[in-house]
Design a protein around this ligand. Structure first.
Ligand SMILES: [Zn+2]
Length: 148
């Protein structure tokens, strides 16, 4: 028997508003709400499309059951929930500064750039210096120390 499940967007943790039907697994009813994949909701998709989606990743899952966002030649990367949307010129400059200019073409084409979490969280902390597109810098769950 299938049950209705409301997917939650990994990036903004809001319900996507588009329920899906999921089967029972080993006799267990699927949760009513769940993060099913890393597919952004419509709102996030619109935000990401305004620039380069910079994603903080680590090489070990934060939660055991978490699937990797990238699985490539033995490398598995897991998103931490830290992310922001950067302008193309900012991304270009940042890649050049880090000797990664050869990645630029691919990044601009795919509009996604995954970077080690420690770098992304540092940039988010120093967000005032990021001339990002006219969007607030957003991060996932880990902003509890910043309630003001
Ligand atoms: Zn979203």
């Amino acid at each position: 028997m299938n049950h209705e499940c409301m997917p939650i967007c990994f990036w903004c943790t809001k319900e996507t508003g588009k329920p899906v039907m999921l089967p029972e697994v080993n006799g267990k009813t699927p949760p009513k709400k769940a993060i099913l994949n890393y597919e952004p909701c419509d709102e996030c998709k619109a935000m990401f499309s305004q620039g380069i989606h910079i994603i903080g990743v680590v090489d070990k899952p934060l939660v055991e059951t978490m699937p990797p966002i990238v699985k490539d030649e033995g490398v598995e990367l897991y998103p931490t929930g830290s992310f922001f949307v950067a302008s193309e010129p900012w991304t270009e400059e940042m890649l050049k500064k880090n000797d990664k200019a050869d990645m630029l073409e691919d990044v601009l084409k795919r509009k996604v750039l995954m970077m080690p979490e420690e770098i992304v969280s540092k940039i988010i902390e120093e967000a005032k210096d990021v001339p990002a597109v006219e969007m607030p810098v957003m991060e996932g769950d880990n902003n509890e120390c910043d309630n003001h």
